[in-house]
Design a protein around this ligand. Structure first.
Ligand SMILES: [Zn+2]
Length: 402
């Protein structure tokens, strides 16, 4: 019988943490560790917490398998002190996951996934894959993939923040308020001093980037009338919202319209900061910047760079950013994830994207660097990696084309 993802780890008691997931075999980045279908899915409504308690109770009572009911009751319950009379609500709120895609607006509960502990610099990524199929043939699975090399005995951690990044005091407050625990991961264990200040400085820079492009902050001066046509809005929605559609998004259209080169420069800075950290972890040398690896994924910066390249009709750069996303999503989400598949299509044919060339005005579409012979990307072997990066992140042609 072929090894299942779950044969690579086991649930063990972890000192001070209750249970946790520990590797039982050497694990390479990109290895799928879990593919789990939900125990239940429920829609998020504005029911009172008492009503929610009853809803979850009836969902659990209706499970045919007594072992599953017991497993639910054995899960962590962060709010049992606050709401001792609402045990179902307390366990559900501690362990449920907001789902995107077809189940947008709903949450699910996953028994196996719930055993992974949090670390601000996780060693694995999790995602709801609404296109995936469970071993039992049901649509929609929660996946976990290793993002770094793990040895037998290593605890496998995930982050509850997704791509959110915060300096230490904000993380501390957030985890205490939302999850009722104090994190003791490597990042949170850094002693106060210049090193932690340096780490926080990098996290603040990434947080500012995240806030701007994920939440659309810095748009207080934005006029109340929508700046984007419905068509443009839907394209930006497609690029920015698809992964986290349960959040409310805005998009700062003016910056795109008037300063795509400035936005691209910000993407480059963020991507380089993230990649430096990952390279330091990847080479196993305990590099200096590896401490923030995994906090935020580089695809976050590449998605925005891709949207910019598409917006200005730059097929060559769009294809490179899409290819990088495809490769990274294959590691973090799996080759069968909607994200990896979409990025793969975008790498092959960026001009087919609905938003391609929309920034060129008048509905006119033009492919910069795109002749009848196809996308022209410089040969990295020929010009070298450094020159290739300079080409990739250069927006000179965008300005000329403006
Ligand atoms: Zn932490």
């Amino acid at each position: 019988m072929a090894a299942t993802p779950e044969s690579l780890w086991e649930v063990r008691r972890i000192p001070n943490k209750g249970y946790g997931v520990v590797a039982t075999a050497p694990i390479e980045p990109g290895t799928r560790l879990l593919m789990e279908e939900p125990l239940y899915i429920r829609s998020m409504t504005d029911d009172s917490i008492q009503q929610q308690n009853s809803i979850v109770e009836s969902l659990i009572q209706s499970l045919p398998d007594a072992a599953q009911r017991d497993a639910f009751h054995a899960l962590a319950s962060s709010f049992s002190v606050l709401y001792p009379e609402l045990p179902y609500y307390s366990i559900a709120t501690t362990n449920e996951v907001a789902l995107s895609g077809a189940q947008n607006g709903a949450s699910g509960l996953f028994l196996r996934w719930s055993r992974f502990n949090h670390a601000c610099t996780p060693s694995a990524y999790w995602a709801w894959n609404s296109d995936g199929t469970s071993p039992k043939g049901r649509a929609g699975v929660l996946t976990v993939h290793a993002i770094r090399r793990l040895n037998p005995g290593d605890e496998i951690s995930i982050s509850y923040f997704e791509n959110r990044v915060m300096p230490h005091e904000d993380r501390e407050r957030y985890l205490a308020e939302i999850y009722c625990f104090a994190c003791d991961c490597a990042l949170c264990s850094l002693a106060p001093g210049p090193w932690r200040d340096d780490v926080d400085e990098r996290l603040r820079q990434l947080e500012a980037f995240w806030r701007k492009y994920h939440l659309g902050e810095e748009i207080q001066d934005r006029p109340s009338s929508p700046l984007l046509s419905p068509q443009l809005s839907s394209c930006f929605y497609f690029h920015f919202v698809r992964r986290h559609s349960y959040h409310h998004y805005y998009f700062e259209a003016q910056r795109y319209r008037h300063d795509p080169a400035g936005c691209l420069a910000e993407c480059r800075e963020a991507a380089e900061l993230i990649l430096e950290a990952e390279e330091d972890v990847g080479d196993g040398a305990g590099g200096e910047d590896g401490d923030i690896a995994g906090c935020i994924d580089v695809t976050f910066a590449y998605e925005i760079a891709l949207a910019l390249a598409l917006f200005v009709g730059d097929a060559a750069r769009a294809s490179v950013f899409a290819a990088r996303n495809r490769d990274r999503y294959t590691v973090t989400l799996g080759a069968d994830s909607g994200e990896a598949l979409r990025a793969g299509r975008g790498a092959l044919d960026p001009c087919a994207d609905r938003s391609f060339g929309l920034g060129l005005g008048g509905g006119r579409r033009r492919g910069m660097g795109l002749g009848s012979e196809g996308v022209v990307v410089p040969d990295v072997e020929e010009i070298g990696e450094e020159a290739f990066e300079e080409w990739l992140w250069s927006a000179e042609e965008w300005e000329l084309g403006g």
